[in-house]
Design a protein around this ligand. Structure first.
Ligand SMILES: [Zn+2]
Length: 152
């Protein structure tokens, strides 16, 4: 498998410590642990093992992975499997992907209150879906919604 020219791990290795130092006011030990895992994943820092082909005898050294659930290298395979499994669950109907955003003023509050973030997201999403349903029942359409620039 070819390595992409730049990986998240490269960025974390290059700027991770600086990022942590500049954001000490909100970064927790768990965040640092994730960054360390990403930086060390599949490097000599986590050790390695020798794989050998039973037919030809060719061998190669592979570095161990971090298995952190936030690591993009470790989760690529899991994500692909999850997506493939979800494909079988989809109904043969058109789907609409809807993205809700929160006001920028809430960004720091949400980042610092991870447990409350889910509740805020659910509450705002439910209220916006309700507003959208009312809007469409009253004769509004996606097109007129966009034209009137009602923020979602
Ligand atoms: Zn990893």
């Amino acid at each position: 498998m070819n390595r992409p020219p730049l990986e998240v791990a490269d960025i974390v290795r290059a700027q991770g410590n600086r990022f942590i130092e500049n954001n000490r006011h909100w970064i927790h030990a768990l965040h640092c642990k994730v960054l360390r895992a990403i930086a060390h994943c599949r490097t000599a820092a986590l050790g390695g093992h020798r794989d050998q082909c039973p037919r030809c005898g060719h061998s190669a050294i592979s570095y161990n992975s971090c298995r952190n659930r936030h690591c993009p290298k470790c989760q690529n395979g899991a994500r692909d499997k999850w997506l493939a499994a979800r494909q079988h669950e989809l109904l043969a109907v058109p789907y609409v992907h809807v993205v809700f955003t929160l006001p920028h003023q809430l960004s720091q509050l949400i980042l610092q209150n991870k447990s409350k973030r889910r509740m805020i997201t659910i509450l705002t999403t439910n209220s916006r879906v309700h507003l959208f349903r009312r809007w469409t029942r009253l004769g509004g359409s996606n097109k007129s919604l966009r034209r009137r620039r009602i923020g979602w």
